[in-house]
Design a protein around this ligand. Structure first.
Ligand SMILES: Cc1cc2nc3c(=O)[nH]c(=O)nc-3n(C[C@H](O)[C@H](O)[C@H](O)COP(=O)(O)OP(=O)(O)OC[C@H]3O[C@@H](n4cnc5c(N)ncnc54)[C@H](O)[C@@H]3O)c2cc1C
Length: 321
């Protein structure tokens, strides 16, 4: 990327993101050293796909950031690992990896479905999970999907020559629109979450268009069925776009767990999160979407989890699958 970045704006003069230095540390130690050296004057970036549009939108003039520190090339942050029970994703994991890496796709069945509706291939190759989480947009797609996997974030900062690490649940890390619990001088290092290869997954999303837009509402659904494919053994649900932060739907999960795939239960479950819609705009529309997504998400995830033929209510399957 050039040191000086700019973009054309129709009918207006060019607004530029100007940076004096663009640093690409190769290790965590180098990144923390640069952050200390330029304290108060830097901004961390990874794929820049939120930072560049942020600099261009709605600003009266140029945006000047003396130092940009690009952490996307640090090997620790780009690694991903899968074992039988857990998945470890470096913060600079690009969204495209969920489509390209079969081991990740198997362990996290929802994520390829989330990725496929995320922008286009070019953006997905740049955009990182860490940027999606730290940007904390109420419309972010990846954050709610990872919340459904019980994700934890690993954070680190440098203090007295040592790297101090801490962990917290992802749903506690995101505390409001564009607000997280990230402290000054801290980096998001990784996300660790459950590997759930036996769960069927679905990711429902609606925006003004299907991709290349931010979500109005999105729903991540994971379902594991009993051996007969007739009852819910496990359900994970997380909604985005309905309020300031994504929400895990723990009450609905408890309600469904152990129960049959009956129309009455699915319809009751679909109604439960509707009252959570607290967005500032288009509330009635979002409520309808949430109801429909719940039915579609549960039906699709249950089918992919191996629901027995005829176990799903045909009247709902015909409309929502
Ligand atoms: C055309 C287009 C389409 C898009 N479509 C979607 C979509 O469908 N769904 C969706 O959710 N988003 C979408 N986005 C938004 C964006 O691509 C994502 O939020 C992306 O994941 C951001 O990642 P990044 O690495 O590019 O973030 P950056 O812009 O590099 O960084 C974003 C923020 O995160 C911070 N940050 C990044 N990494 C770290 C780290 N390791 N530690 C600490 N702080 C860090 C930065 O300081 C900055 O505040 C789209 C954007 C564009 C331009």
């Amino acid at each position: 990327m050039d040191k000086q970045m700019s973009a054309d704006r129709p009918k207006e003069r060019q607004v530029m993101l100007i940076c004096g230095e663009y640093l690409t540390p190769g290790t965590l130690d180098e990144a923390f050293a640069a952050m200390q050296r330029h304290r108060g004057r830097y901004r961390v970036v990874a794929g820049c796909t939120d930072t560049l549009p942020w600099a261009r939108e709605g600003r009266a003039g140029d945006v000047e950031i003396p130092v940009l520190i690009d952490v996307a090339r640090i090997p620790d942050l780009r690694e991903s690992r899968v074992d039988d029970h857990r998945v470890w994703l470096g913060a600079a994991t690009p969204i495209q990896r969920f489509l390209d890496d079969p081991a990740l796709g198997r362990a996290l069945r929802c994520m390829p479905r989330c990725a496929v509706w995320f922008a286009d291939e070019q953006i997905r190759a740049q955009a990182t999970i860490g940027g999606n989480i730290v940007n904390a947009s109420p419309a972010a797609d990846v954050t709610p999907a990872l919340i459904a996997y019980d994700a934890e974030v690993e954070l680190a900062k440098s203090s007295g020559g040592r790297i101090l690490r801490r962990r917290m649940k992802l749903d506690q890390f995101v505390i409001g629109p564009n607000r997280t619990a990230l402290e000054e001088g801290e980096l998001l290092i990784a996300v660790e979450c459950d590997a759930l290869p036996g769960h069927g997954g679905s990711f429902e999303k609606v925006g003004h268009r299907r991709s290349l837009v931010i979500s109005i509402v999105c729903l991540a659904t994971l379902v594991k069925l009993d051996a007969q494919g007739r009852r819910f053994e496990d359900v994970r649900l997380a909604l985005g776009g309905i309020g300031p932060v994504p929400r895990r739907l723990a009450d609905v999960e408890t309600f469904l767990r152990g129960g049959p795939l009956s129309a009455a239960r699915l319809e009751e479950a679909a109604e439960m999160p509707v009252s959570l819609v607290a967005s500032r705009t288009r509330q009635a529309y979002r409520r309808d979407v949430v109801r429909g997504f719940m039915l579609r998400g549960l039906i699709n995830a249950a089918r992919r989890a191996g629901a027995e033929a005829g176990a799903l209510p045909p009247e709902l399957e015909a409309v929502y699958a």
